[in-house]
Structures are given as C-alpha cells and as structure tokens.
Ligand binder design. Structure first.
Ligand code: ACO
Length: 377
C-alpha cells in the first residue's frame, strides 16, 4: 500500500506509549501524566526513573529497594576501567560511554529479554553504572585515577564526587538532580526511536542503550548543549549578542539550543532550567555565560519574530553544568545518564508488544541495468 513519504518521519507515530506526553503548542511535558515542573520541585531523579519505568510513583518500600539496588550496582568491573583506559584521551566522552555500555553486555549477557527479573536488574545496572563510566573517562583522560562510588552519597552527589573528587555543594547537587529529571524522558525522539528499533530485534538492553547513546550524540539532538556553551563563549559578552545572532541568521545557519520539532513555544524544560540558573547564580555567584544567554534569547526572539523557534532543553543546561565543573564535552554524557531511564521505559513497552521494525522505502534507483565487465569500464 503506498504511503506519503514524511522526511524524518515527522508526525508519523512510531509506537503507542504511555511513558510521557508533549503538548508542543502549549509547552507542556508530562511523565506518566505528571508535569515536569512538579517533578522537579518535589521528586528526585531516582523516584522519577521508577515512575517512568513502572508507570506510577513508588511506595516507600519500592523506592527504598530501588534506591538501594541502584546504589549497590554503581561499581564497574576493573576490566571496564581497563577498557576505558585504552581509549584515546582526545576521543569524545560519548564514544567512550557508548563503547563501555556495549561492553557491559558482555559481562551481564541478559540475552533472555523475556525474563522480567533479568530485565529489572539490567535496568538497575544501566542507571547505576552510566555515571561511574562518565566520571571514570573524564578523570582517566586527564591523568587522574578514577574514584570508586560512595554509597553514602545520593545519585547526583555521588556523580559530582566521582567527577571532581570534592564533596559536592548541596545547591549544585540538588540542581543536578533536577536537571537529570528534566532530561530523563521526552516521547519519541531520535535516540528513543533508535533504541526501540534495536529493542525490536530482541537485542540485549546494553546494545539497546548503546544504540540510543549513538543517536543522542549528534548536534541536532543531545550534542547541541555542548555547542551552545561554545557559542556563548564565542559571543563573550551580552553586547556582542546582536551582531552575532544577526550574522548567523543572515548566513542561514542555525542557532544551537533553539528550535524543536515538536515545541512551537519555549520548551518547558528550558523555562525550568532558566529558573534553576537564577537560583544557582544567586547563591553561588553570577555566570557571565548566563548573562550572554539571556541576551541571546532576547535578541533571537526579536529577530526570529514570526517563526516558532525558541530555546530548547539544550540552551540553559550547559551553563549549569559548567558551573558544576563538568567539562563541555561531558554535557551530552550527563544527558545520557538521565535519558537512560526513558530509553529503558520505552524498551519495557516495546518488549510487551514487540513487532520487529521493518519500514518501507521509496525506491528511486534504476532497474535491469546490465553488468559491464571491469575491463570494459
Ligand atoms: N536557528 C535558526 N533557525 C532555525 C533553527 C535554529 N536553531 N531551528 C530551525 N530553524 C529554522 C530552519 O532554518 C527552517 O527555516 P526555513 O523554513 O526558513 O528553511 C525552519 O526553522 C524549520 O527548521 P527544520 O530544521 O526543518 O525543523 P526541524 O523540525 O527539523 O528542526 C531541530 C528541529 C533539528 C531541533 C532544529 O530546530 C535545529 O537544528 N536546532 C538546533 C540544534 C538543537 O538545538 N538541537 C537540540 C534539539 S532538543 C534535543 O534534541 C534534546
């Protein structure tokens, strides 16, 4: 049956899902029916991860067990550390993360994805170990030893500790936890789709997540946050924002951290992140990058008037991560540490009513061409 071709599958449903919903016209994002603003104000990343994975808020005992399970599985095997040590220092941390996550599947095969218990432990391991891998690569490439996780620290505090070696500031670790909530899930985006395509082959969950990490890396998706901070540094000060933005738009180039396939208003995650910036910079000192960002948003809104192009989740997140001592090329790995919860929730859904993804194409090539021998070409 012929279908209209929709480039980028824009507007084409690829799955039925109850994990999250976006209203792009009103700027609303809900996880399992709960608004992200409320989750950021009242929940924690681990509680939100449970909500996404299992469909409702956990009871106290469910939550305690899940938090304990994740905490106990944060360590990575020394051979994974050895693998990370062998990777080039100049490589991208997303590539290191993808390689290490794919390798995890060799240590925890979990090939029987019909086994719910096995799948629970795979989800726990992936959520628990991604931060340890990200921190290990960040430290090893600059010549520092990697630090083992500390069981007395919460999810976000422990990550900042493993990364910097410092006991984290309470404001910053609570802000990071909120950032992880905001990045944990976002309906059928490119990386989630990549993951469920792989999941539909009944591949193991480590391969599923490695596929998603690969898709998240690109600058049109999660990789934009790294480029935003570079752009803000290039602009340097608020007064340079107008000529910079005007020049970029005149050259028909894209402003990183702006625009979204679904949102036609400001991304609600950008609004929450901007509020977090205000809180953090009030308590921990101003950030010149933030002042530039606010001016870039103001000028862009003016120059792009009439086009539905507003800040997305990647616009303000990097500024906060920079304040936490996270290097720019680790912003997308931090995004992945959060989004793994959403990827796994969609993996669970895919397994429940699995059908192998095998879309069609519109063939535009030739037929019946003769083979010309090499000697005659
Ligand atoms: N800056 C300037 N113009 C833009 C931008 C932008 N950031 N985004 C879209 N536009 C313009 C395009 O030039 C195009 O204009 P035209 O109709 O005059 O040719 C129009 O808006 C439509 O743009 P498309 O790229 O076709 O729209 P699409 O829905 O494919 O874009 C995307 C979505 C890829 C996110 C785009 O907005 C973009 O490239 N943004 C910059 C990268 C970015 O921030 N990515 C992170 C997205 S959030 C996330 O994935 C976590």
């Amino acid at each position: 049956m012929p279908h209209d071709f929709m480039p980028g599958l824009a507007g084409v449903p690829a799955a039925k899902s109850a994990v999250s919903d976006v209203d792009g016209g009103r700027g609303v994002l809900e996880y399992r029916g709960i608004g992200i603003e409320e989750l950021c104000a009242k929940s924690s990343f681990l509680e939100t991860a449970w909500l996404l994975l299992f469909g409702g808020l956990p009871t106290r005992s469910d939550f305690d067990r899940f938090a304990r399970d994740v905490t106990r599985h944060r360590r990575i095997k020394y051979r994974i550390v050895e693998l990370i040590k062998c990777l080039p220092d100049q490589g991208h941390p997303m590539d290191a993360l993808q390689a290490a996550v794919a390798a995890l599947g060799m240590f925890y095969p979990g090939r029987n994805v019909a086994d719910a218990d096995n799948n629970y432990w795979s989800a726990v391991r992936l959520i628990a170990k991604l931060p340890t891998i990200v921190a290990a690569y960040a430290r090893l490439r600059r010549g520092d030893d990697c630090l083992p996780p500390r069981d007395d620290l919460g999810f976000a505090d422990n990550f900042l500790y493993m990364l910097t070696g410092q006991a984290p500031d309470d404001v910053l670790s609570r802000t990071l936890d909120a950032c992880l909530i905001l990045h944990a899930e976002h309906t059928m985006n490119a990386s989630t789709f990549a993951g469920i395509v792989t999941a539909s082959t009944l591949a193991d969950p480590y391969t599923v997540v490695a596929s998603s990490i690969g898709a998240l890396k690109g600058p049109l998706h999660g990789g934009a946050n790294e480029e935003v901070v570079q752009m803000l540094r290039d602009i340097g000060e608020p007064g340079n924002a107008r000529p910079y933005v005007a020049g970029l738009l005149a050259e028909k180039r894209k402003l990183m951290g702006f625009g979204h396939r679904v949102y036609k208003v400001k991304d609600p995650r950008a609004t929450v992140l901007q509020g977090l910036c205000e809180q953090v910079f009030r308590k921990c000192g101003a950030s010149p990058l933030y002042e530039v960002a606010v001016e870039v948003e103001r000028i862009s809104t003016e120059l792009l008037a009439g086009k539905p192009i507003y800040p997305n989740v990647d616009f303000y997140s990097g500024i906060l991560y920079d304040k936490m001592g996270i290097e720019a090329d680790c912003f997308t790995p931090v995004f992945a540490m959060a989004r793994v919860a959403g990827w796994l929730a969609h993996w669970f859904e895919q397994l429940r009513e699995n059908k192998l993804y095998r879309p069609d194409q519109i063939y535009e090539g030739e037929h019946n061409r003769p083979y010309v021998p090499l000697s005659q070409r």
